[in-house]
Write a protein that binds this ligand. Structure first.
Ligand SMILES: *Cc1c(COP(=O)(O)O)cnc(C)c1O
Ligand code: SF4
Length: 349
């Protein structure tokens, strides 16, 4: 067993241990854990200095998760409606998501799949992965497959290698991508063996989910350095989260550090309308203002695109140019990639 697998098994799931360590109420924790999965890695526990610091807020449960805000949904992006075969979300002709794994080494409290990850709902069996590959082989317009989850890098090297090799054999799929948060949650997963495996299946982009500069721990950056030096292109995505990274200094520091470490900031996501995560949302105007300020401070290479993933699975759209809503539940009219108008429930500033 690799050290990372041992660390995974030592993951912290016990409410009383978490309550004691971070000064939380164990009954409250239990109440939340009964509804949404709870899990931390030792690495994250060490990064959390205080329950209200930017790491604590992302990973420690909060009673606000039990509020059912009216605009929030269990499947805000209607992924189930865009799933031609189990484990696949196919919304754009040229690229598709493959949900290879329904669990994560730790659960982000703001996750847009939070009603479904860690519950068994998104678990994709080996035979379903095979069926997904057959489906991709039959889609002649498809050019890119994006492995996501849950956490795709929870697969063993052997399974991952087989899956990637299988996808590589589909002629029209010229590009592969993996969306991961593993470098932040369990940096020891970036073993030499994994780096070598990802080097061999190039071209493959690794897109790392990072929200705060404190997530860039030394072990994490060291793993990214080895990936970059092996020729694995790295990019990042960040979710804009109230109380975590919704200020210009934090984002400037984050994007600058990412770029310096050869991780190209790709997307800054407006938080999705996920049930149990409404307390992380920011008004559209906040993201727009932050991005506007960053434009004057950062090189273009360090600037991600601000995007909203439209409710109902209408797709991702750039958000810096739309006019924000003004009333308390001001609806904002977006034009989806297919040309249809979509109303988005903005928050009041
Ligand atoms: C986000 C997403 C993609 C990838 O979109 P990019 O803009 O290429 O990063 C593909 N399919 C679905 C369903 C998505 O939600
Ligand atoms: S790592 Fe991704 S899928 Fe897993 S809980 Fe966090 S946001 Fe959700």
């Amino acid at each position: 067993m690799d050290p990372w697998q041992k660390q995974l098994m030592d993951g912290v799931v016990d409410c009383s241990r978490i309550a004691e360590r971070f000064g939380l109420d164990v009954r409250e924790l239990q109440l939340i854990a009964d509804r949404y999965p709870l899990r931390l890695t030792q690495h994250l526990c060490e990064l959390i200095e205080h329950r209200d610091d930017p790491i604590g807020r992302q990973f420690l449960p909060n009673l606000a998760e039990l509020r059912d805000d009216p605009d929030t949904m269990i499947d805000p992006l209607a992924e189930a409606d865009h799933s031609p075969v189990p484990g696949v979300v196919h919304r754009h002709p040229d690229r598709a998501l493959l949900l290879v794994n329904g669990s994560c080494p730790a659960y982000c409290r703001f996750c847009f799949r939070k009603g479904r990850v860690g519950t068994g709902d998104l678990k994709t069996s080996f035979s379903e992965l095979e069926q997904a590959c057959d489906y991709f082989a039959g889609c002649r317009e498809l050019q890119e497959v994006i492995l996501t989850g849950g956490e795709p890098l929870l697969l063993t090297d052997l399974l991952l290698e087989n899956l990637l090799a299988r996808l590589r054999r589909i002629d029209h799929v010229g590009l592969l991508r993996i969306h991961t948060r593993m470098p932040v949650m369990l940096p020891d997963r970036m073993t030499d063996h994994l780096v070598e495996l990802l080097r061999r299946v190039q071209p493959l982009y690794l897109v790392i989910h990072v929200n705060h500069p404190r997530e860039l721990a030394p072990q994490m950056l060291e793993g990214c350095r080895r990936l970059a030096e092996s020729g694995v292109p790295l990019a990042s995505q960040t979710v804009l989260l109230k109380g975590v990274n919704d200020d210009v200094a934090t984002l400037e520091n984050l994007f600058r550090s990412l770029l310096r470490n050869r991780i190209r900031p790709y997307y800054l996501h407006q938080a999705d309308l996920a049930r149990g995560a409404g307390h992380f949302r920011t008004p559209l105007a906040v993201g727009q203002r932050l991005l506007g300020e960053l434009q004057g401070r950062l090189p273009g290479l360090a600037l991600p695109q601000l995007v909203v993933d439209l409710p109902g699975g209408k797709g991702k759209v750039p958000a810096h140019t739309v006019s924000p809503g003004r009333s308390a539940s001001g609806r904002v009219r977006f034009v989806a990639p297919d040309g249809c108008p979509v109303d988005y429930p903005d928050l009041a500033t």
